[in-house]
Design a protein around this ligand. Structure first.
Ligand SMILES: O=P(O)(O)OC[C@H]1O[C@H](OP(=O)(O)OP(=O)(O)O)[C@H](O)[C@@H]1O
Ligand SMILES: Nc1ncnc2[nH]cnc12
Length: 160
């Protein structure tokens, strides 16, 4: 199966939920993709191929994985970044000893909407002295122009 055929199958599984979690939002649910073992495998194949093409030292699959989490979830010393959400602010953290200075990193997330989350993740990697090669998302909500908020390249498998 080609990458394009796999992406088409993945897209067929993503469901849209109008007015969730609040009126006016069309929520794109990626979990039906993960529920179908064969389509889940297609997704991991496509993500791994893309990440490997960037030749990072730190990646989600195959080399190593480093989490960025909301504040208060990671033990030990952390770097932090505060970012804006639709309502108020939130804080992200990464463990200080998790990134070797200059390590080549691909940041992976499920979805890019306004771009605030990805922008914050890039700032965090900058604090940790990582070299962000690319920001990869499964779903991009193109109308929101989130990629314009991000100083690094953004790749997406599926666009709405
Ligand atoms: O581009 P943005 O407008 O910043 O939105 C994108 C983020 O929104 C969702 O996470 P959410 O903040 O809902 O938190 P979750 O990871 O706890 O689901 C999604 O997983 C992205 O991380
Ligand atoms: N429309 C949307 N669907 C799913 N997750 C989201 N995160 C931000 N906007 C979203």
């Amino acid at each position: 199966m080609t990458t394009e055929e796999k992406i088409a199958k993945i897209k067929q599984c993503i469901t849209g939920h109008p007015d969730f979690p609040k009126p006016g939002i069309l929520f794109r649910d990626i979990f039906p993709v993960l529920r179908d073992a064969s389509v889940f495998k297609m997704l991991t194949d496509v993500l791994v191929d893309h990440v490997k093409s960037k030749t990072p030292n730190v990646e989600e699959l195959g080399i190593s994985f480093v989490p960025v989490r909301k504040a208060g979830k990671l033990p030990g010393e952390t770097f932090q970044v505060t970012y804006s959400l639709e309502y108020g602010q939130d804080k992200f953290e990464i463990q200080k000893d998790s990134i070797k200075p200059g390590a080549k990193v691909v940041i992976v997330d499920d979805l890019l909407a306004t771009g605030g989350t990805m922008k914050a993740a890039c700032e965090l990697l900058e604090k940790a002295s990582g070299d962000v090669l690319d920001c990869l998302v499964v779903i991009e909500l193109s109308d929101l122009k989130g990629r314009d908020q991000v100083s690094k390249t953004v790749s997406s498998l599926i666009q709405y």
